[in-house]
Design a protein around this ligand. Structure first.
Ligand code: CA
Length: 237
């Protein structure tokens, strides 16, 4: 299957560089100079991955990413953010807005392709675990859906971004055990690409925020100095 990638970048030379390299790597590429054009293209067809520049005329990449994450149709779309900013706080802000990964300009085309491949690989299931259940949380890998079950309500669906889904699936397949940040990076992100450990914390925060409305965030525990775990008997009330 040929993956379809949409590039939203207003600088023609950079958009061209990315498009040529992705085409050579076998991807089908579409380009938009700004977010309203990207929205129009995505109405017809959702890409497999979005490469999104931070600084754009009109709506910024950060704002656009937030909107895509708030929308059921585009919530699961993998987003790779491009930016000239390299401050650590900006990286966290970029990830907080809903991006799954982050590349700072100037970047080498080789690095960008490696990150695109890693992000698309993250879309494929970890392994066929069958339906998973921890406490009130149910995850069905075949339908890619997550529900919270409570005694007096119908199952409540939980919408997750692609990285958060994969993170939750890994936790639920390996419950009660403490996972270090490094271990999570290897198992959830794959170890082909260097990603900072702090990235894990950002996605844990996003996962908890998605679980919080159904009071399920407490099942993801922080184990101080060690990492994170999912437990069916949370200590926090
Ligand atoms: Ca720009």
């Amino acid at each position: 299957m040929t993956h379809h990638i949409l590039i939203v970048e207003d600088e023609p030379s950079i958009a061209e560089l990315i498009a040529i390299n992705l085409s050579h790597a076998g991807y089908e590429v579409e380009r938009a100079m700004q977010t309203d054009i990207a929205s129009a293209l995505m109405k017809d067809r959702l890409p497999n991955l979005l490469i999104l520049d931070w600084m754009l005329p009109g709506k910024s990449g950060v704002q656009f990413a937030k909107e895509l994450r708030a929308n059921d149709r585009t919530r699961g779309l993998p987003i790779l953010m491009l930016t000239a900013k390299s401050e650590e706080s900006d990286k966290v802000l970029g990830l907080d807005s809903g991006a799954d990964d982050y590349v700072t300009k100037p970047f080498s085309p080789k690095e960008l392709i490696a990150r695109v491949k890693a992000l698309l690989r993250r879309q494929t299931p970890i392994e066929d675990t069958g339906p998973l259940s921890v406490g009130p949380l149910k995850l069905d890998p075949s339908s890619h859906r997550v529900f919270a079950i409570s005694s007096n309500l119908d199952p409540q669906p939980i919408s997750l971004g692609p990285t958060e889904y994969r993170l939750l699936q890994f936790f639920m397949a390996n419950p009660e055990r403490v996972h270090s940040r490094t271990g999570l990076l290897d198992n959830v992100w794959g170890n082909e690409v260097y990603i900072e450990e702090r990235t894990v914390d950002v996605h844990i925060k996003r996962l908890r925020a998605a679980l919080a409305p159904l009071d399920c965030d407490r099942y993801i525990e922080t184990v101080r100095g060690s990492g994170y775990r999912i437990t069916k008997t949370p200590t926090q009330i």
